[in-house]
Design a protein around this ligand. Structure first.
Ligand SMILES: [Mg+2]
Length: 398
């Protein structure tokens, strides 16, 4: 029996939340991201409402370009914790439709509904029920794709946005895929695309005219991967891939920064913000990563893996600071700086074992978390951060 996989993707998620929280912004172009500074802003657009997309604004576009296209838009800073809160509501709700759920990002997930769809009157009825449920709970719309596998379900959810529903039944896979552009295949990037075009492959259907062997000969081992996808074959199960995830924070400076003290304070702020999120989600991480982009745009990451997982702001900061001090910037100033924790684990059980070592740090974290819970995240900032916040400004990128 063939599987039934559902892919759900929220429509313009961050922007839609802002419009829902600020009804006066409904129907307006809303751009979530860096401050445009009247066209001189240096960060990027995170998400924009459909009203802004009409003007050509897109995610990941420099905010200065967005401003040139759409100066009258409402520009807002991302409110990460609010988006995470709505995301948790949605994921909790999705979990009531199937135990087999795989969250891809803050606003996207796969559900394997092979065995549960009947309880809800079939796949289409289930999709409508999920949409209605999400709308009632969050006042937001989503798009859903349903197909015999993950690859096709994800393409399907993207085809009729916003508020779309596309169902591809077993046996229809090839007919559905054939007219789509080759760039829809996972893994077709700037390197592979020209090679495919030279072979006369513009659509997924064009690719299925080649035998598997012929593709491997021309494209190497990835030929097999493309042949399988193009023919609608994808057996990957819907499972949570916890080890692949990471949590990160980064920031672009208003003006390239060479001041060690400002850089260190910024790193502390990012580490603290990141660890606050980790603690609220009851996560710990073992691999610490520092990310740096220099004034010439060259970008570097440096990582170390710890013996024990952590979610202590102070501990993460100490490791990131060491990586930072060991990094040779060759006199260049810093354009962007960030920190990440990966190799994540759920649950605090292991932490308790080592709590004795670092009781003070742990207590400090907990006190700060309590204050934040009561008064909101901006209520508390450690002294070193506050001090530098006055003389330097930064924009948070999501
Ligand atoms: Mg989305």
């Amino acid at each position: 029996m063939s599987r039934l996989v559902l892919h759900i993707d929220m429509d313009a998620f961050f922007a839609a939340i802002e419009q829902s929280d600020h009804p006066e912004w409904k129907g307006k172009a809303v751009i979530v991201g860096a401050d445009p500074k009247g066209g001189r802003g240096r960060g990027v657009v995170s998400t924009c409402s459909y009203e802004a997309r009409v003007h050509g604004v897109r995610s990941a576009m420099p905010v200065s370009k967005a401003y040139a296209l759409c100066p009258h838009a409402v520009y807002v800073y991302p409110r990460g914790s609010r988006y995470a809160e709505v995301s948790r509501q949605i994921m909790r709700l999705l979990g009531t439709y199937s135990p087999d759920i795989q969250q891809l990002s803050v606003d996207e997930a796969f559900l394997d509904i092979t065995s549960t769809q009947r309880l809800f009157g079939g796949a289409e009825a289930l999709a409508h029920k999920i949409k209605a449920d999400i709308l009632a709970t969050t006042r937001l719309t989503c798009s859903i794709g349903i197909a015999p596998n993950k690859f096709i379900a994800k393409i399907a959810s993207d085809l009729r946005k916003p508020d779309g529903l596309v169902i591809v039944s077993a046996g229809e896979e090839q007919r559905f895929l054939a007219p789509l552009e080759i760039s829809r295949l996972w893994g077709v990037g700037p390197k592979t695309r020209p090679v495919m075009l030279r072979l006369g492959i513009k659509t997924i259907g064009d690719l299925t005219r080649f035998s598997c062997d012929a593709l491997i000969k021309r494209l190497g081992p990835s030929g097999l991967h493309f042949w399988r996808l193009a023919n609608g074959l994808d057996e990957r199960p819907v499972v949570e891939e916890a080890e692949a995830k990471s949590i990160s924070r980064e920031t672009t400076f208003e003006v390239d920064c060479g001041d060690e003290e400002v850089l260190r304070a910024t790193l502390f702020y990012l580490c603290d913000d990141l660890c606050y999120d980790m603690r609220r989600h009851d996560l710990t991480g073992r691999t610490v990563t520092l990310k740096i982009r220099l004034e010439d745009f060259s970008t570097f990451t440096r990582s170390i893996t710890l013996k024990q997982p952590t979610h202590s702001s102070e501990e993460l900061f100490q490791h990131v600071r060491k990586l930072f001090m060991a990094f040779d910037r060759q006199g260049q100033r810093v354009r962007l700086i960030g920190a990440a924790l990966s190799n994540l684990q759920q649950g605090e059980a292991q932490m308790e074992l080592f709590a004795g070592n670092d009781d003070r740090k742990d207590k400090l974290d907990r006190v700060m978390d309590d204050v934040r819970k009561k008064f909101g995240a901006s209520a508390i900032q450690r002294a070193s951060v506050l001090k530098n916040r006055r003389d330097s400004q930064w924009i948070r990128e999501p």
